[in-house]
Design a protein around this ligand. Structure first.
Ligand code: SF4
Ligand code: SF4
Length: 204
């Protein structure tokens, strides 16, 4: 389920994400971070940069921090896993129409990248992850995740999505006893979305 608002953090200085990682780590270890979210919104001028109202900005940052906190808690369990999968969101493809040459398998359902565009974020992520031994699915939505995990019995799961999707997927992984790592989109909108490739490479 998408957020009820759109956001674009792709022009926010890299230092903001370093802070998110740091605060997420603190939350993962100590379970609480006090009033840091409001402080970060002011310090990095998130409302001015994104046009979000305060409550949406708070929700967005809380979800970014929560994903990091979860990564911290799950990391040790994740690195022990062998059979791993990467779930990518279809909304980060360079093209959302017939110019995307991926093959869609409705039985899964998933797209499979045909590597038509060297500058496509999904292309880069698929190539990197497959070299690392991951199976990769480019999903039209998160509802098929449990079915895929059950069918293939993956142990470690990396997911890229917007915060709300990640929050829901986190609950599913906990219920299934799977070790998960998450990468949040830094621009949503369900088309032409963006995630940070360097962040994904570090997670993988
Ligand atoms: S590189 Fe892959 S995902 Fe990107 S547009 Fe081409 S086929 Fe689609
Ligand atoms: S932005 Fe992408 S991951 Fe988030 S709900 Fe839309 S399609 Fe799904």
């Amino acid at each position: 389920m998408p957020y009820k608002f759109t956001f674009d953090l792709s022009r926010i200085p890299r230092f903001f994400f370093t802070e998110i990682t740091k605060v997420g780590y603190q939350k993962g270890v100590h379970k609480r971070v006090g009033g840091i979210v409001q402080e970060m919104i002011k310090r990095f001028k998130i409302q001015e940069a994104t046009g979000l109202n305060l409550s949406d900005a708070v929700l967005l940052l809380e979800d970014l921090i929560e994903a990091q906190a979860r990564n911290t808690v799950e990391r040790e369990k994740f690195v022990q896993t062998r059979k791993r999968v990467l779930f990518l969101p279809h909304c980060s493809r360079k093209y959302m129409d017939s110019r995307c040459k991926s093959v869609f398998d409705p039985k899964i359902p998933s797209y499979f990248c045909a590597h038509c565009s060297p500058d496509c974020l999904i292309n880069r992520a698929v190539s990197f992850a497959e070299k690392k031994g991951y199976d990769v699915y480019i999903l039209p939505g998160g509802s098929c995740v449990p079915k895929i995990l059950q069918a293939k019995n993956y142990e470690g799961v990396v997911g890229v999505a917007c915060g709300e999707e990640l929050r829901m997927a986190g609950g599913v992984l906990t219920d299934m006893g799977k070790a998960g790592q998450a990468v949040s989109l830094i621009k949503n909108g369900c088309a032409n979305t963006i995630f940070n490739m360097e962040t994904l490479e570090n997670i993988l």
